[in-house]
Design a protein around this ligand. Structure first.
Ligand code: BTN
Length: 267
């Protein structure tokens, strides 16, 4: 049985008959790029592309995403008809944290959608979208999970990253992780359509507990320092600025600052 067939079987075992094509490739540049091209051509919602490896895997903020064999590299097209599209990345983080939990690994989410275990990165989510006067045409959700990736293949990332292989009692099959991610994504997508505040609550419940702590947020507009307050109902981060007032952040990178010393940083 090939990987696509194994994936569909694992989805069926979860009661999820997948409504669109799922294509499992060997090596691609980036599964997000493959799907963005398809999305522009009108490919239906829930079409997915997976790859064994990526030669040009991309992360948030223009970073590269190391994509050795043994990882899950998955992208899906969504065509949201709801308002709060900014919650899709948060929902995807919750999805991956839940699936890690199925394999006995307790994961947390860090805004907007890093998935961490013991402070090390297990997975990341890259959402890319296109809008027109009609609203959002498509969103490509790209998810990378370190599954059967060991210390050697993590290389220089071994200090800051981890994998299900390193954290779980047994190494899950990539197909099983993929099926879990797809099945839970469709469940949380329904929530986004009808009960978006549930997504925010689920995200908060799994978030690294940095509320009320000093943080630095790097955004395209510069660096902001303050105290982490909350996320709002649209998924934006709320920071009480050092100089006063609340700043709403739509995109950026959060770092926790140590409360003592001269602004030294960690995490
Ligand atoms: C991040 O944390 O910076 C996001 C990483 C997202 C990686 C995934 S792997 C599948 C999809 N294809 C890509 O090129 N990137 C995403």
């Amino acid at each position: 049985m090939d990987r696509e067939a194994r994936l569909r079987q694992a989805l069926l075992a979860r009661g999820a008959a997948w409504p669109a094509p799922l294509e499992w490739r060997g090596a691609v540049g980036s599964t997000n790029d493959v799907l963005k091209a398809k999305a522009r051509r009108g490919t239906p919602e829930w079409t997915g592309v997976l790859a064994d490896t990526q030669t040009g895997g991309r992360g948030r903020e223009g970073r590269a995403w190391a994509s050795p064999p043994g990882g899950l590299y998955l992208s899906v097209i969504l065509r949201p008809r709801f308002e709060r599209v900014g919650l899709v990345p948060l929902a995807a983080g919750v999805v991956v944290a839940e699936v890690a939990g199925e394999f006995g690994v307790e994961a947390q989410v860090k805004w907007p959608n890093d998935v961490l275990v013991r402070g090390r990165k297990l997975a990341g989510v890259l959402t890319e979208s296109s809008s027109s006067s009609r609203g959002v045409d498509w969103v490509v959700v790209g998810i990378g999970v370190n599954v059967a990736v060991d210390q050697t293949s993590l290389g220089p990332l071994a200090e800051t990253a981890t994998s299900l292989h390193l954290e779980a009692d047994r190494t899950p099959a990539v197909e099983d992780v993929a099926a879990g991610v797809l099945a839970r994504l469709s469940v949380w997508y329904d929530a986004l359509e009808g009960r978006p505040s549930q997504v925010v609550d689920a995200w908060r419940a799994r978030a690294v507990p940095w509320w009320g702590r000093p943080v630095q947020v790097r955004t395209t507009h510069g660096v902001l320092r303050g105290t982490l307050r909350d996320v709002d109902e649209a998924g934006a981060l709320l920071v009480d600025r050092e100089e006063g007032g609340v700043q709403r952040v739509l995109s950026g990178e959060v770092t926790q600052l140590r409360p003592t010393g001269s602004g030294s940083r960690d995490t």
